[in-house]
Design a protein around this ligand. Structure first.
Ligand SMILES: [Zn+2]
Length: 54
């Protein structure tokens, strides 16, 4: 679980928009890129982004 306070200050490294936690990953609210959470730490790296399908 990522704390809401942390989520509030995190932004997508690709587009700079807000992110949210979804299914044990971090998802950008704008571009929908998904970033892994490893050992409870969000890995907000473009290299690690899982791009949305379609
Ligand atoms: Zn984004």
């Amino acid at each position: 679980m990522i704390s809401p306070e942390l989520l509030n200050i995190l932004t997508c490294p690709s587009c700079g928009c807000a992110v949210r936690e979804k299914e044990n990953a971090i998802e950008c609210t704008a571009c929908k890129n998904r970033y892994p959470i490893e050992n409870g730490i969000p890995v907000l790296l473009v290299d690690r982004a899982q791009k949305p399908k379609n």
